[in-house]
Design a protein around this ligand. Sequence first.
Ligand code: ADP
Length: 244
Amino acid sequence: MKKEEIELIKDGKRLDGRGFEELRPIKIEVGVLKRADGSCYFELGDNKVIAAVYGPREMHPRHFQDAKMAVIKYRYNMAPFSVDDRKRPGPDRRSVEISKVSREALDPVIIKEYYPKTAIDVYVEVLQSDAGTRTAGINAASVALAAAGIPMKDLVSSVAVGKINGEVVLDLNAVEDNYGEGDMPVAMVARTNTITMLQMDGRFSQEEFERGLKLAATACSKIYELQRTALLERYSESIGEGEA
Ligand code: ADP
């Protein structure tokens, strides 16, 4: 089905004023939930998500245990008030898919062998959505896992690239996602350029795909620095408090 064509680029700028290679503003806060072992609030433009991590804790029911390593569980959920029209509460096909790919995006960096027979639960709640919620969720979850003290090889950072009016652009917002020609969410370990998630909706030529991936890698390095800074700020604060 061909979507209605609308002008998403005017005078070399996108409708929200951004350049083609510009991220939306990002805000990260670590340790926002008292009862979670680790938590993070992550804002990406008009996306607002919270990640909460619990564990490692004993896995129940026991037949789901892995004798050699921890099992990572990931639940992505969109609040009914997070979209324009009320979203029907509860899981649906989309949230099940996003939970699966997000878990797989984080799984390779977690040193699961340290905690056999346990579960590590990651909950991502989308409070407000404007396209890119899975990427915001992965960024938040990665920070929350680190904040929970889960041993990890590195942080995972995530962003989407897309195609609007024939141009490859970074970090689509909802209008661009709805009326654009393609969307490609990526997650990676920015420091080693290791891709842990790569999805594609729409059509990209090989050249567009390669350009998009490069844009995503540069943006993931920026996001990585913000994640790292947020964690460092939080923990240097805690050390300060402890000394007082
Ligand atoms: P992502 O949020 O990771 O980009 P999608 O591409 O599936 O995932 O969704 C794009 C955007 O479409 C979402 O961020 C949200 O703003 C909107 N959207 C998704 N599902 C719904 C829904 N059930 N009702 C209304 N809007 C939705």
